[in-house]
Write a protein that binds this ligand. Structure first.
Ligand code: URA
Length: 234
């Protein structure tokens, strides 16, 4: 790069900074890790390396064709989004239509409710990490098949290992049963703190279920308060 173009690029960066933009992400990265904006002067090697490794993992997910039907019918994979070192991780079931279109988790109606749930415990979406058990949309939003869960779960285990959250909030039966390796119902799993490799797991109803059964929002609120309390202790 010539000196002149370096100077004009620096001026452009200064201008972006003044208008509140602290970090520029490549378009392909933006999907994956909407990291909390850090100031240019704060070195955060742990976050950066975890973010880089998440980006590498997201490329592997992008190229996955283990579930033939899902690979053929998806528009794109939905890796997950949020902070690379989030203390709190939400895990849902699988992308739906909107998520498949946008390549981002929980962006449809259920996602709007999840955003409210996150904000109810004084957090922002960018401060947590949100992903699903399956990284591809099952056609017609059918339930994930057992083989699909088996194929896809190593990606989740790697995401958890890289992010190292303090708390995992499992949204609904598929997430809770997969993470805890159990067939116990979501109603029975709620209200206790479970363990996944030393990480606390709190189970609650899936936002889509709550949209259909608003009376259970009260119980979900109890679960969120438990998440909040555990976050304060961590
Ligand atoms: N339901 C899920 O389980 N995950 C999404 O990303 C959207 C809806």
């Amino acid at each position: 790069m010539s000196k002149a173009s370096k100077r004009s690029f620096q001026a452009y960066l200064e201008m972006m900074k003044l208008s509140g933009v602290d970090e520029l992400l490549l378009p392909s990265e933006r999907h994956v890790v909407e990291e909390i904006v850090e100031t240019a002067s704060s070195p955060a090697p742990a976050v950066s390396s975890s973010k880089d490794e998440l980006l590498v993992l997201s490329e592997t997910v992008k190229n996955c064709s283990l579930c033939g039907e899902l690979a053929q019918t998806r528009k794109q994979t939905v890796f997950g989004a949020g902070h690379a070192k989030a203390k709190l991780m939400f895990v849902g079931e699988a992308p739906g239509y909107d998520e498949d279109q946008q390549g981002l988790p929980f962006v449809g109606k259920a996602g709007q409710l999840l955003t409210k749930m996150i904000e109810a415990i004084s957090l922002k979406r960018q401060e947590v990490f949100i992903c699903n058990i399956l990284k591809c949309r099952p056609p017609g939003n059918r339930n994930p098949l057992p083989d699909e869960v088996i194929n896809c779960q190593p990606f989740l285990w790697q995401q958890i290992a890289l992010i190292q959250p303090k708390i995992i909030c499992a949204l609904g039966k598929f997430a809770a049963q997969t993470i805890l390796k159990t067939t116990t119902s979501i109603s029975a799993l709620r209200g206790q703190i479970h363990d996944y490799q030393g990480i606390k797991v709190i189970c609650t109803f899936h936002p889509s279920y709550l949209l259909r059964n608003p009376a259970d929002k009260k119980k979900a609120w109890e679960d969120l308060k438990q998440v909040y309390r555990e976050l304060q202790l961590s």
